[in-house]
Write a protein that binds this ligand. Structure first.
Ligand SMILES: [Zn+2]
Length: 361
């Protein structure tokens, strides 16, 4: 902290005059002395700070900076359950992919969140682990190395969080896009989670795993179809792929909430324990800066933008009215927080705060 001695000289002079006027008031005498002592200390600190520029900094010269970030996981309790957010990495998204409001409105929303580079908005990819005491459930699996070196860290962060991929018995996919299903495979193409049963909705399986639909899709989307098919192939061959009909209980404490629009069978999962709820909502929101204020804004990746907008409005209203926790695959990590209705149509995100679990010593 470098303090400007000139400023403090003027402050001391001002306080000095006040002292003269109030010199017979004991409280003011004491207060004035404390202020004077404080300013004297400030002057000393200022002098030390000013002089320190000339002192060679032996430590900084010999110590390399520690470039590694803290491990990418965040833990919270949900009733009797333990929830762990796992960071897969981040991808930069161009705001031109957003539509449904004017460019001016979108840029102004981004600017309000101090996002000045509208062509490269950092967007997290998150997965969520739920330990229910009966099951170890992973909701989405990240991207693996399908989209470059800044993604694909779910397994690494799972291990940092104290678990092994082989310990996971259940995988719930919100949908079959490669940033959610890609992590099912190791770089060598083997099952990352050899002991897990993988669950996906019938509408998503019927769409993404259908070879005729893939062949008829626009050329630029055919790679996505192949990535989805490849990701589940070994699980399908091993009888470890369960295709479910929407809106049903999947396991004790986990119910699927239909959220079609981003993909045909896009699913949210409501995790409940002892009266507490967490809605793991997948891709309901891709841009916190824009889509909370303007839920009518869609993203180019949406399979059906009109449906995606209607679903976003429904799910935001659901989360806000129930005052439950939310976990979002593309919300800023850890992507866990609450949704509050801010006006008739706009919402605010209230993120979870870092904390230690209370029963842990
Ligand atoms: Zn996604």
């Amino acid at each position: 902290m470098l303090i400007n001695p000139v400023m403090h000289r003027s402050k001391r002079a001002k306080f000095g005059r006040e002292n003269l006027k109030l010199e017979n008031v004991p409280l003011m005498k004491s207060l004035t002395k404390r202020v004077s002592d404080f300013l004297g200390t400030c002057m000393m600190v200022g002098a030390i700070a000013a002089g320190s520029a000339a002192v060679p900094s032996v430590l900084a010269e010999t110590l390399p900076q520690q470039k590694e970030q803290a491990p990418g996981y965040f833990r919270m309790a949900l009733g009797r359950f333990e929830v762990t957010a796992l960071y897969d990495g981040s991808v930069d998204i161009d705001s031109s992919l957003l539509s449904g409001a004017s460019k001016k409105t979108i840029l102004s929303s981004l600017a309000q969140s101090f996002l000045s580079d509208s062509k490269a908005i950092q967007t997290a990819v998150n997965a969520y682990l739920v330990h229910t005491d009966k099951n170890l459930i992973l909701i989405d699996t990240g991207t693996a190395k399908l989209f470059g070196p800044n993604l694909g860290f779910v397994s690494e962060n799972l291990r940092a969080a104290g678990y092994e991929p082989a310990q996971i018995d259940t995988i719930l996919l919100t949908h079959l896009h490669p940033d959610h299903a890609g992590g099912l495979l190791t770089p060598a193409g083997a099952m990352t989670f050899p002991n897990a049963q993988v669950f996906v909705s019938r509408a998503d399986a019927d769409y993404w795993l259908n070879e005729t639909k893939a062949a008829n899709a626009p050329k630029d989307q055919q790679a996505l179809f192949k990535m989805s098919r490849d990701a589940v192939a070994p699980y399908l061959a091993a009888g470890k792929l369960t295709i479910f009909d929407v809106g049903q209980k999947i396991l004790d404490g986990v119910t699927e909430i239909p959220a079609s629009g981003h993909t045909p069978g896009h699913s949210a999962y409501l995790v409940s324990s002892e009266g507490q709820g967490l809605l793991v909502w997948g891709d309901i929101v891709h841009s916190l800066a824009v889509q909370f204020q303007y839920p009518e804004v869609a993203i180019e990746f949406d399979w059906n933008q009109e449906k995606a907008v209607a679903t976003r409005r429904r799910i935001l209203a659901f989360a806000a009215s129930r005052e439950i926790w939310v976990a979002g695959a593309h919300m800023p990590f850890p992507g866990i927080g609450h949704v509050r209705l801010n006006s008739a149509t706009a919402y605010v995100w209230v993120p979870a705060e870092y904390h230690r679990l209370r029963d842990v010593r």
